[in-house]
Write a protein that binds this ligand. Structure first.
Ligand code: NI
Length: 196
């Protein structure tokens, strides 16, 4: 059974985020298998095949259950695993915040990849992620982690606790851009042929 930890949101607490002893070893994560991302990868034949051959775990994240109060901060870790669907790297679904005017910070603990962000007006920004790098995601931008490396991409995130998650917009419309492995083996950003 997962260890149940209580956090004192009123008087504070410390948490060990070392990768061996930290949050990712405690509590229950929210897991996303490939089959939960139907329609998000461009190569639907490769998608169907990978789901049929075992439906791999693509990513998971750990949250602490912070009360959804505007004065609190939600934080935790996100782990995106290494892999591809066709030539497209494993990624998170990505989301806007329900309160669109909410920024977020990600800090890379391990692995390498990208943070793909876009706002409703179509401005797209691709930021690199590697250990030591902090990314500031401005308010109004959807954000998706992409693992272009060979090891799990592990990030720490923090945002206003009542911001909420809007996954539906991305599930319906998709992102304007995708990040794939080019013929030279290097990551490149292309137009999403399915963008609605
Ligand atoms: Ni977010």
């Amino acid at each position: 059974m997962a260890e149940k930890t209580t956090y004192d949101w009123n008087r504070g607490f410390t948490l060990d985020f070392s990768l061996l002893n930290g949050l990712s070893q405690k509590g229950a994560s929210t897991k996303r298998k490939l089959s939960q991302m139907k329609g998000m990868y461009a190569d639907s034949a490769a998608f169907d095949q990978a789901v049929a051959e075992g439906d791999p775990l693509v990513y998971e994240f750990y949250e602490l259950g912070v009360p959804e109060h505007p004065g609190d901060l939600a934080f935790g870790t996100s782990i995106t695993y290494s892999g591809k669907v066709g030539n497209e790297y494993y990624m998170t679904k990505g989301h806007f915040h329900t309160i669109l005017e909410t920024a977020e910070v990600y800090y890379t603990l391990s692995g390498e990849g990208f943070m793909l962000t876009e706002n409703p007006e179509g401005d797209v920004i691709l930021q690199p992620l590697y250990p030591g790098i902090a990314v500031y995601i401005p308010k109004r931008y959807a954000h998706r982690s992409i693992n272009s490396g060979k090891t799990p991409l592990i990030t720490f995130f923090a945002f206003r606790a009542d911001a909420g998650h809007d996954y539906g917009t991305i599930e319906t419309k998709g992102y304007r851009k995708l990040v794939v492995e080019g013929l030279d083996g290097k990551p490149r950003m292309i137009d999403n042929p399915r963008w609605a």
